[in-house]
Design a protein around this ligand. Structure first.
Ligand SMILES: C[S@@+](CC[C@H](N)C(=O)[O-])C[C@H]1O[C@@H](n2cnc3c(N)ncnc32)[C@H](O)[C@@H]1O
Length: 194
């Protein structure tokens, strides 16, 4: 209990520092709550061999929930742009593939792995899409579309809770959407399929 509290405090301090350094890109002043992380992690692919691609994992709150929901660590690939956070994630999840890079380059980054990854069963994204232009969000959505398996899901949260769809999702089908009130601030988790 004390150990978990300490980890939460450390992650919150780190997040705050990164937010001060780059508020636009960090997108949040505190890590996702356990409730938000669990709402995202419910959407794992049914095939245990499918890869899951996490975008913008931050300090790993959602990553941790994905593993707690049964994802094998060796099936997890995550792209985090902040090198300090990517390093922390590599220490925390040594069997996952943590890529320090830009999510908008996901196609090239996944192709250039030792064992190239051609498709994924789910994309779980904490990227602050509202801080990117509609054109940038659309460009990312096209790359997500290309990498997703036919029945794959794109799970995205947003702080604009009155809208079920966030930027870039107009060409996807909306599968589910719900508000998670126990998060700072409350967030809406929406799930899309192509
Ligand atoms: C809202 S925070 C993630 C919160 C995360 N769920 C947690 O609990 O720690 C957004 C994350 O996206 C990352 N990010 C922003 N732009 C990115 C990009 N272009 N590529 C990859 N990661 C990016 C930020 O560095 C930050 O860690």
């Amino acid at each position: 209990m004390a150990k978990r509290l300490l980890a939460t405090l450390t992650d919150t301090t780190l997040f705050l520092q990164e937010w001060f350094a780059n508020p636009q890109r960090t997108g949040s002043i505190v890590p996702s709550s356990r409730q938000l992380a669990a709402a995202m992690a419910r959407w794992l692919p049914s095939d245990p061999d499918s890869y899951v691609l996490e975008l913008g994992p931050g300090t790993g709150a959602v990553t941790q929930a994905l593993l707690a929901h049964g994802l094998r660590e060796d099936r997890l690939v995550a792209i985090e742009r902040n090198p300090k956070l990517a390093l922390l994630l590599r220490q925390r999840f040594p069997r996952a593939q943590i890529i320090s890079g830009d999510a908008w380059q996901l196609d090239g980054l996944l192709r250039s792995r030792n064992k190239p990854i051609a498709s994924v069963g789910a994309v779980i994204s904490s990227l602050p899409l509202l801080n990117f232009s509609p054109e940038e969000a659309e460009a990312l959505a096209q790359k997500i579309r290309a990498i997703l398996e036919p029945q794959g899901t794109w799970v995205q949260y947003s702080y604009r809770i009155h809208k079920r769809r966030t930027r870039g999702t107009s060409r996807f089908n909306l599968l589910a959407s719900k508000i998670v009130w126990l998060n700072l601030p409350p967030a809406r988790v929406s799930v899309f399929q192509k």
